[in-house]
Design a protein around this ligand. Structure first.
Ligand code: MN
Length: 724
């Protein structure tokens, strides 16, 4: 294929027309003119006009048979970064699509790459893909890099090596992942040349020498195979294969073998018309020469993850020399060279077919087309990970990349770095700008965490953090903190109690008698006892009484046992709730979920306010689960009937009389209405919100049934705080 660098506009346009005769070349001309003006006076390091660079990049895009939008964007790709041109200007001239592409390329160019280990590099590659919501952005970036690599010699050595290293780690693998074989190979060879110039020169020389020696031999084999194919009635091109120097050097390094051992193969490629004929050609080759065992690979039945397909085999050819064959169809050959870009098709008006204009739909379609391929899962998974955006890639200020779940916040990021940083974080900067702690991070953000030695984790953080690591760490800290505070409160309550009984508090707290009594009640230490008092599980007065009463008078009560039997606390009889096991505590039904007798409930010990009763499932209760020690099993006490407010929401047909009928159905079910709100929605529907007082869930059920029976009522439901 003609892959020389494009140097003028006419060349570029005829290339575009060669694969897309109806292309809107006016757009290309205008982009060229704009770029020429914007870059006027700028030169490259080589001394040539800067314009040669975007022109060459656009030329590479035509190698990928890109649409004119991408070609125009390639011509403009450096205008936002390096000239006075603005996005608004570009949009006015060329439309949204072109600006979007140029902007994407500029954004990727700003990612601060350095040298990384493998895993880090993989994250970068994923990030590039995830940041580019249009795959054409990646293609332009790859083309840009390819031309920069081709003209690398004009840069100082250190810079040259740096760019080559980055290309080897990020861009060549990206080209490979997208299945653009020729670009991956060229990038890798250019990298080898920049990184190990001496080794590269020697390898190149040796390959050339060997090829010269072997040229006649290869020509003979090609002729022989051509004739054999024709005689067998098989169509096919037979050719020698281009050399991939980097591949040879890698093989030598990896297998620790000499050049002669790696490069003793004559390499020949057969391109035929159908899949069946690939196997037929293979059979033919195997019938001509003996195959080398273990060297046959069927990438047609099992394609590589980038969709590469071919048959590979090595045979002992004429004169006992080994010859390596690759056999594939034209379609497979195109895919091995262009990757998914091989699938681009053009409609008459020169636009890319139907909805394929957006890269992701191309790619998705590409994936769908190949879904029937066996063993394609790896490819599918990597595409999902990269393109379906369930993760973000975020930088530390030192340039390390962290992979975080989508929706992660600076607090998640802080905990991902270190627990201490998480615990102490007071603020964050994303790309140098202060952002709130609950700010959702984006791929490519560089995040700096601001800490303070006086900061502590907050309960509220649990509402927005996304990673389980952050959640666990925050809950862990809160629990430890609760424990500490409970110990303090417990000690103070005990002190006060001792004072009340005219006992010396300081002495009493240190006394062996207290410790002994605590142990007898099942506490391992005084702190544990104090914590139990602080939590409200044990009354201070109770403990004091263990000491004033003779110890022999029977074992003191066990922790959690009904301490209030002898020192009753306030009992809220009206509410009709009792603690399992019979202990009485001050209690109140929580306002957030308004439980009704019959609902499953749970009590939470609130310091100073006794027990708060929540319905099981209430999100406020869930938020307290880090503090399990303060959760208490409770049950309804049906022996003391009481009424409870419940919110009920009704959707009804908006017509006269419905409200009156609903109201009377509620009173008919012996429930009071304490509040009513009516709103009408579109489609002539009315929404009626009532607060009704019921005795229990059975009563509520009767009320709901009664409402349901009213003519014109569409739906009726109980409203719980966490449903709204
Ligand atoms: Mn560029």
């Amino acid at each position: 294929m003609p892959n020389e660098t494009i140097t003028d506009l006419d060349q570029l346009i005829s290339r575009v027309q060669s694969y897309n005769p109806n292309a809107d070349v006016e757009l290309v001309r205008r982009a060229y003119a704009f770029s020429e003006k914007a870059h006027a006076g700028q030169t490259r390091r080589s001394g040539e006009p800067y314009l040669q660079h975007p022109l060459a990049v656009a030329g590479v895009l035509t190698m990928l048979r890109s649409d004119v939008t991408a070609v125009a964007a390639a011509l403009l790709h450096d205008t936002l970064e390096d000239t006075l041109a603005t996005p608004d200007e570009l949009e006015k001239e060329f439309g949204k699509d072109v600006v979007h592409l140029v902007d994407g390329v500029t954004k990727i160019g700003k990612i601060p790459f350095r040298n990384y280990e493998e895993k880090q590099a993989e994250n970068f590659r994923k990030m590039v893909l995830s940041m580019a919501d249009d795959i054409r952005v990646v293609l332009i970036k790859l083309a840009d890099r390819l031309h920069n690599m081709r003209t690398l010699e004009h840069l100082p050595e250190a810079r040259r090596k740096q760019i080559a290293q980055e290309t080897l780690e990020i861009y060549a693998p990206l080209a490979n992942r997208l299945g653009i074989g020729w670009m991956k190979n060229e990038l890798e060879d250019l990298c080898l040349k920049a990184l190990k110039p001496d080794a590269f020169a020697e390898l190149k020389m040796r390959v050339a020498k060997r090829d010269e020696e072997r040229q006649q031999y290869i020509q003979d084999v090609i002729q022989f195979v051509k004739q054999a194919l024709t005689e067998a009635g098989l169509k096919g091109e037979v050719q020698g294969r281009p050399k991939h120097l980097y591949g040879i050097s890698q093989k030598m390094e990896r297998q620790a073998v000499s050049f002669d051992e790696v490069y003793d193969l004559a390499a020949i490629r057969i391109v035929t018309d159908t899949k069946m004929n690939c196997y037929a050609a293979l059979g033919l080759i195997h019938s001509l020469w003996r195959p080398v065992p273990g060297r046959f690979k069927d990438y047609i039945a099992i394609p590589k993850s980038n969709l590469y397909q071919s048959l590979h085999t090595t045979v002992i050819g004429p004169k006992g020399e080994r010859v390596e064959f690759q056999i594939r169809t034209e379609e497979m050959h195109r895919i091995s060279e262009y990757g998914f870009a091989a699938h681009w098709k053009y409609k008459e008006h020169g636009t890319i077919d139907n909805q394929e204009g957006k890269a992701f739909s191309w790619l998705r379609q590409f994936v769908e087309w190949h879904q029937d391929l066996a063993d394609n899962r790896q490819f599918m998974d990597s595409v999902k990970l990269d393109l379906f955006h369930d993760v973000v890639y975020v930088f530390t200020p030192k340039g390390l990349v962290k992979e975080m779940p989508l929706g992660s916040t600076p607090v998640d990021f802080a905990y991902a770095i270190h627990t201490e940083i998480g615990d102490r974080c007071v603020g964050a900067k994303a790309n140098g700008k202060i952002v709130p702690l609950k700010h959702q991070l984006k791929s490519g953000d560089t995040v700096e965490i601001l800490t303070s030695s006086t900061q502590v984790p907050h309960k509220d953080w649990l509402k927005f953090v996304r990673t389980s690591r952050a959640k666990t760490k925050i809950k862990h800290w809160l629990k430890a903190e609760q424990q500490k505070r409970s110990v303090e409160v417990g000690r103070r309550l005990l002190e006060r109690e001792f004072k009340r009984q005219d006992l010396p508090p300081a002495q009493m707290l240190k006394s062996d008698r207290l410790l002994e009594a605590a142990r007898k009640s099942g506490f391992d230490s005084l702190d544990e006892l104090a914590a139990a008092i602080g939590y409200g599980r044990v009354a201070a007065s109770e403990v004091a009484s263990w000491l004033s009463a003779p110890v022999a008078a029977g074992a003191p009560p066990v922790a959690g046992a009904p301490v209030a039997e002898r020192a009753p606390a306030v009992k809220d009889e009206e509410r009709g709730v009792k603690v399992k096991g019979g202990r009485d505590l001050l209690m109140q039904l929580s306002r957030c979920c308004n439980p009704v007798p019959g609902d499953r409930i749970m009590g939470y010990i609130t310091r100073g306010r006794g027990l708060t009763i929540h319905a099981v499932g209430c999100p406020n209760l869930d938020a307290l689960d880090y503090d399990r020690d303060r959760l208490v099993d409770v049950e309804w006490d049906f022996t003391t009937p009481s009424t409870h407010p419940v919110k009920v929401s009704i959707v009804a047909v908006d017509k006269p009389g419905v409200l009156a009928n609903v109201s009377s159905s509620i009173s008919g079910a012996e429930a009071n209405i304490t509040r009513a709100e009516i709103a009408t929605s579109e489609n002539r529907k009315a929404i009626l919100d009532f607060v009704v007082e019921v005795q229990d869930t059975a009563h509520l059920e009767r009320v709901l049934k009664a409402i349901e029976r009213v003519e014109g009522v569409i739906t009726v439901r109980r409203v719980r705080a966490w449903h709204e």
